[in-house]
Design a binder for this molecule. Structure first.
Ligand SMILES: Nc1ncnc2c1ncn2[C@@H]1O[C@H](COP(=O)(O)OP(=O)(O)OP(=O)(O)O)[C@@H](O)[C@H]1O
Ligand SMILES: [Mg+2]
Length: 332
């Protein structure tokens, strides 16, 4: 039996739609995703696949014209979709913390870095001022900020991108959340800093036993830090597996494309170069398998019927007619 705060996140059949003037965009379409306690789970896919909307749905921060239309989200067995707005505010930043995709938009330019982290701790952690100050400096040191006492008094614009991101990570860690959602936390950073930050996150995760949802479009980041991976395409999960299995026994042509797109030394950072074509508009999805127009293995039936998720090995599922390895019912 799960304890209330054990960090296990369970998303079941979640759909989040945007009701736009031009039609309904199913940004998250029947997504089922599980993050066990103390693990790092990756959510990967190209731009516009629904990664951030999935994260915002967990935090109940989807804003109009978007709305969660069905499914369930629970943390440690507690139904998050049944919480009141006040209860959710309490949960965000204490039990779940988030590193947003744009670090500058989440730090307030008029307050010092130290004060912001300290206040986050005081609001959610119930700590007094002196203790919060000490713990903030301690956390700055833990996330590798040099001269933490001096940086405590710095304003965000006085810090480099790498340091600002570390402040964000410190802020996300101070409350010792059971779940941390990190949305492209290192995309804006150069590769050396990226490696340091990933190492730190892993270390902090091991020290505090936090579960992490790592959102990224970079398979290199996945290989570096994740235990288990969900691959998203046009609002749906198309493949899921343990990280070694995903790299070793890749099934879905889309995942293969992403793996071919690991940024190599010297290639433009954050760009996926390997898959021809683009993600379809959610307002005009292809019939059948959503990836079929870009898939070099597509047969006619791929654009007629949508494949289900098939289990191809324990813990490894794939949504593709061609990927089941023959005997497990994957053919249409
Ligand atoms: N405010 C909005 N109004 C209408 N549609 C939206 C809105 N926000 C998101 N969407 C739709 O949701 C889809 C998924 O967006 P999301 O931000 O989750 O993508 P992502 O996978 O995080 O991409 P990226 O890698 O660029 O961050 C978009 O393609 C878009 O169609
Ligand atoms: Mg995003």
């Amino acid at each position: 039996m799960d304890t209330a705060d054990n960090g296990t996140l369970s998303i079941k059949n979640l759909s989040t739609h945007f009701f736009t003037r031009r039609g309904i965009a199913a940004a998250v379409d029947d997504v089922t995703l599980f993050i066990p306690k103390k693990s790092v789970v990756g959510v990967v896919g190209e731009s516009g696949c629904g990664k951030s909307v999935t994260a915002l749905s967990v935090l109940r921060l989807v804003s109009r014209p978007g709305r969660i239309v069905s499914g369930s989200v629970s943390l440690g067995g507690e139904d998050l979709l049944a919480k009141s707005p006040a209860e959710m505010r309490q949960i965000r930043g204490s039990r779940i913390s988030m590193i947003f995709q744009e670090p500058m938009t989440s730090l307030n330019p008029v307050y010092t870095a130290g004060r912001q982290v300290m206040e986050a701790m005081m609001i959610h952690g119930g700590t007094g001022k002196a203790e919060a100050r000490d713990r903030t400096v301690e956390m700055f040191r833990a996330v590798g900020i040099p001269e933490p006492e001096r940086r405590f008094r710095a304003f965000p614009h006085q810090l480099s991108g790498g340091l600002r991101q570390r402040v964000m990570i410190a802020m996300a860690m101070v409350c010792r959340p059971s779940l941390m959602i990190a949305d492209e936390p290192t995309t804006a950073l150069d590769v050396t800093i990226e490696a340091q930050i990933l190492h730190l996150m892993k270390e902090l995760q091991e020290t505090f036993g936090t579960s992490i949802m790592m959102i990224t479009h970079n398979m290199g980041v996945v290989a570096e830090i994740c235990d288990y991976v969900y691959v998203m395409y046009a609002g749906k999960i198309v493949e899921q597996a343990g990280v070694f299995e995903l790299f070793d026994d890749t099934r879905h042509p889309y995942t293969l494309g992403l793996l071919g797109s690991i940024p190599r030394h010297g290639s433009p950072k954050g760009r996926l170069l390997g898959i021809p074509g683009t993600v379809p508009s959610l307002l005009d999805l292809p019939k059948g398998c959503r990836f079929s127009p870009r898939c070099d293995r597509a047969e006619r039936y791929c654009s007629e019927r949508e494949p289900e998720m098939y289990e191809v090995a324990p813990g490894h599922k794939v949504r593709c007619f061609h990927c089941s390895g023959g005997s497990k019912g994957g053919s249409p």
